[in-house]
Every structure is written in structure tokens, then in C-alpha cells.
Design a binder for this molecule. Structure first.
Ligand code: HPA
Length: 233
């Protein structure tokens, strides 16, 4: 057990799928897994381990932002022998032709977060995800005939910013979309010699102002969940 996870070692699978939201964790466990068991609920950050098509998997929430993702992904990799973490989340799209519910596979994230700097002195501000995991997910997307766009996202520390210039994030840093957790996840995977990636569903378009309703989000995210669960096989 760690300060933030009450599961015993051995109760968490080698691969963990991490949405931000604990209620989405519960939804995935109840709707998609067999024999799922709640293995941790410290601070409401639910984690369920169960079986998908014969394969053991854990679904656990990351909470929002790099500090929260940083704590949970570090403890999973370091103390629970987790090998792979796939974040599944929502993002705001910076480009017109990335529409609501389109899928993005993050091969790189750019961030101005201090997470890596204060974790171990790493001063990079662009981090890569695992090419091995990305190739598996891209092949599965092809097989399931899901469109998915591979690209760089901006991992922001501030949801309500008065000063971040979205045009600069797109033009200077070449980001397709914005989310808030991938940088801490990719950094921890790098530091601890593990694998991580991130699949996102567009929940808002920051150019057109389109926004998914909360009901639409529930069903709109099923493609991403199916894609990632089937990539385990
Ligand atoms: N900003 C940051 N993260 C997000 C957004 C956003 O606009 N939309 C979905 N996740």
C-alpha cells in the first residue's frame, strides 16, 4: 500500500487504463469488465481490476492535472510493478477539422509545467509517449476502422487561463489539442523505465466553440474505451 492507493501489491494488473474521472472508471468496470473488483478507493480515486476478453486489466482514475496524475502514475509504476499506463481522456481541439468525438493518439506532448523539472531536474518541455504502445493502438484502430489522429498536444496546468495564447500553442509548438495530464505520465514512464501513452476524445472545439454535453460525453467516449481495451489483446 502507498499513501494514496489502498490495493495490495498483486491486485493491480500490469496494464492500467487511466481516465481522469473516478465515475468513468466505475462505468468502464461495470459496463466492459468481467469479475471486476474494487481494489482502491482512497480519496474517491477508484481503481477496479477485472478481465476483458480473458486479459487482466486495471482501470484507475488519475484525477485532474499533472500533480494528481504524477502521484498515481508514479506509485503504480514504482510500487505496484505496473508496466503500461494508457491515459484515456478528453481534450479541447485547436484545429477546425478535429471535430467533437474525434480520437487523438498523443505521440508527443509540449508543456510549460514544472513537473519534470522538480521531479528530477529534467528540463525538457516536449516528451514522447511509447512508440510500442502507439503502434499497437494504431493497428487496432485500423482493424476496427476507427479514425485516429496521431499528433502533439499541449499539456496545460491552467484550465482557466487569462494569458495563454492558443494561436501560439498551435503555430509555435504545433499542438492539435489541449489536455492536462500527459506530461507527468510520460515523464514518470521515462524516469522509471516503463511505457505510457494517451488516447483522447475531443470534448470541445476551441475554434468553433462546439462543446459536448455531459450525456454525449458518456456515449461519445465508448469508441476510445473499446479501442484501448481491445489493444490489450
Ligand atoms: N483545456 C484543458 N483540458 C481540456 C480542455 C480544455 O479546454 N477540454 C478538455 N480537456
Amino acid at each position: 500500500m502507498t499513501p494514496h492507493i489502498s490495493a495490495k501489491v498483486g491486485e493491480i494488473a500490469k496494464t492500467v487504463i487511466m481516465p481522469g474521472d473516478p465515475l468513468r472508471v466505475k462505468y468502464i468496470a461495470e459496463k466492459f469488465l468481467e469479475d471486476s473488483k474494487l481494489v482502491s478507493d482512497v480519496r474517491g480515486i477508484l481503481a477496479y481490476t477485472g478481465i476483458y476478453k480473458g486479459k487482466e486489466v486495471t482501470i484507475m482514475a488519475s484525477g485532474m492535472g499533472c500533480p494528481s496524475m504524477g502521484i498515481y502514475s508514479y506509485e503504480l509504476f514504482k510500487f505496484y510493478n505496473v508496466e503500461n499506463i494508457i491515459r484515456i481522456g478528453s481534450c479541447g481541439s485547436y484545429i477546425k477539422d478535429l471535430n467533437l468525438f474525434d480520437l487523438v493518439l498523443v505521440n508527443e506532448c509540449y508543456s510549460d509545467s514544472n513537473y519534470a523539472k522538480y521531479q528530477n531536474g529534467c528540463t525538457l518541455n516536449v516528451l514522447n509517449s511509447s512508440k510500442e504502445l502507439n503502434d499497437i493502438i494504431l493497428n487496432k484502430a485500423r482493424e476496427l476502422e476507427f479514425n485516429i489522429k496521431l499528433g502533439r498536444v499541449y499539456c496545460s496546468d491552467v484550465f482557466y487561463s487569462d494569458i495563454v495564447n492558443n494561436k501560439e500553442i498551435v503555430n509555435k509548438y504545433n499542438c492539435l489539442a489541449v489536455e492536462m495530464e500527459s506530461f507527468a505520465l510520460f515523464h514518470n514512464a521515462n524516469v522509471l523505465g516503463k511505457k505510457a501513452t494517451c488516447v483522447l476524445t475531443v470534448s470541445d472545439n476551441l475554434v468553433t466553440g462546439a462543446k459536448a454535453t455531459s450525456q454525449e460525453r458518456e456515449t461519445g467516449f465508448n469508441n476510445m474505451i473499446n479501442l484501448v481495451l481491445n489493444s490489450l489483446l
